[in-house]
Design a protein around this ligand. Sequence first.
Ligand SMILES: *[C@@H]1O[C@H](CO)[C@@H](O)[C@H](O)[C@H]1NC(C)=O
Ligand SMILES: *[C@@H]1O[C@H](CO)[C@@H](O)[C@H](O)[C@H]1NC(C)=O
Ligand SMILES: *[C@@H]1O[C@H](CO)[C@@H](O)[C@H](O)[C@H]1NC(C)=O
Ligand SMILES: *[C@@H]1O[C@H](CO)[C@@H](O)[C@H](O)[C@H]1NC(C)=O
Ligand SMILES: *[C@@H]1O[C@H](CO)[C@@H](O)[C@H](O)[C@H]1NC(C)=O
Length: 557
Amino acid sequence: MERVTLVALLLCLSAGALLVQAEDPYLFFDWKVTYGTIAPLGVPQQGILINGQFPGPRINCTSNNNIVVNVFNQLDEPLLLTWAGVQQRKNSWQDGTLGTMCPILPGQNYTYHFQVKDQIGSYFYYPTVGLQKAAGGMGPLNVHSRDLIPVPFDRPADEYNVLVGDWYTKGHKALKNMLDSGRSLGRPDGIQINGKSAKVGDNVEPLFTMEPGKTYRYRVCNVGLKTSINFRIQGHPLKLVEIEGSHTVQYDFDSLDVHVGQCLSVLVTADKEPKDYYFVASSRFIKVPLSSVGIIRYTNGKGPASPELPPSPPVGSAGIAWSMNQFRSFRWNLTASAARPNPQGSYHYGQINITRTIKLVNSESRVGGKLRYAINGVSHIDTPTPLKHAEYFGVADKLFQYNLVKDDGSAVNTPAPTIAPSVVNATFRNFVEIIFENHEKTIQTYNLDGYSFFAVAVEPGTWTPEKRKNYNLLDAISRHNVQVYPGSWAAIMTTLDNAGMWNLRSEMQHRAYLGQQLYFSVLSPARSLRDEYNLPDNQPLCGGIVEKLPLPAPYTA
Ligand SMILES: *[C@@H]1O[C@H](CO)[C@@H](O)[C@H](O)[C@H]1NC(C)=O
Ligand SMILES: *[C@@H]1O[C@H](CO)[C@@H](O)[C@H](O)[C@H]1NC(C)=O
Ligand SMILES: *[C@@H]1O[C@H](CO)[C@@H](O)[C@H](O)[C@H]1NC(C)=O
Ligand SMILES: *[C@@H]1O[C@H](CO)[C@@H](O)[C@H](O)[C@H]1NC(C)=O
Ligand SMILES: *[C@@H]1O[C@H](CO)[C@@H](O)[C@H](O)[C@H]1NC(C)=O
């Protein structure tokens, strides 16, 4: 059973005068991860459950809470969960990627301990090993503002998490075998909404209910493997209020695109005729469209939802232009107070000089007949010893070579990608510009762990330095995930002020698995606990390179 305890620790220290220091509250969770039968598309299949649930339990917390999650792996394969979007200040040790920690072996458990420091917003956690994400193991993570911090909208009557995504009925092991044998995943079989799917006219239980006159917050995340989703609610405008931790300028939308790995919040007011309405989720940018509906019921409702669904946005190149315009309309509400990750500088990010520009170009190729994906011609592979551990113990050279990826986006079209661990050495506190250029025919999304970044531009064509003139240097959304449309580029900016080994990956799970990811190594020269925590005591070592080495001298205050 899930155990949630809230403990506020008060440390009272007396040194002549009495000094009282309140530590931030702790939330404790025990999670059992098992297989179990689920049927998101109506076809029973093996799923990955957390405490018997799919989607998994919600972590509902407040800025600065300490989150302690003891994860018991009862699968028959290694497991890691990542907390994408949680910035893990000083703490890449808990990031849940194979470059930063050893996987939790079957029958073992590991206790994650992290803090949602100075942030708010809608996120979700999910498994990172292999194709486990195709089987579940994910759930919502909501971070609320602290009580005294005003939020730029009235407290909603309730909050509903919607985890929506493409879905395959094949199962994660079959999908992984397909990739391992060189084949592609093929088309998804459908779209699931919170573990269910339905079509118009199906007699199904409502997803959510709303009381007439009240306003609800829907936190919608795309938890799928590779398909962008558009969502809409019959007859109800969606008031956008938050994207991945930034309060936005509030506009009403008829429908919103949410790309793989992204989350956003909308407010919906139940002020229409009391009956059922469809929540519609449909695929974007794929040839054979997929969709699914769920029912939203007024508590005093009389009558079924109308079979007429609100229209989908345009498809093809018009659809890309539509989606790009929607992205450009997103603005950060600069006057809304909220926890800000980098209070001292990045608020005026447009005035900071760029110290480094890194252009990253994705590519697909076949190596020995097998599919690989790469960034700047380097197709990442995970190592048995986590990259972070090797670096911490001072034996990085036994495992990987820094900077195979060049900053200028070159080496993309060498005959074949270099298949190797990909680590970019970055300078602590540099303000960097990262350009993603996508020459492929499919949309990409990228996730950066450890940071939020300003998504300053998403444009068609190829990037040149002159394009900087059109960046949004005032009120771009600060977030952790950005989409790059086919034949397009995206620009992001961030201050690399969080020391650690941080994963930048395609959020398309098959692409990340087959190499489209890298790590930024950001080390503080000070070796100080002010900048980075030490290797946690409970963290196992693995892979054969570091286990017998003496523990490095710990970082000190
Ligand atoms: C989630 O957390 C917020 C902030 O602490 C709280 O107001 C709300 O009641 C919580 N919701 C649930 C369902 O626990
Ligand atoms: C595994 O769970 C036990 C029992 O709850 C706990 O005492 C132990 O610290 C956990 N191990 C790790 C590595 O977190
Ligand atoms: C921005 O936030 C402020 C402060 O909470 C709020 O008063 C204002 O209405 C918001 N502006 C928009 C356009 O959403
Ligand atoms: C940024 O660069 C410009 C031109 O090189 C220089 O004049 C200015 O002082 C720099 N600003 C900061 C804040 O370093
Ligand atoms: C990484 O960059 C830092 C600072 O720029 C530099 O001091 C260090 O030598 C570099 N390390 C490697 C392995 O290139």
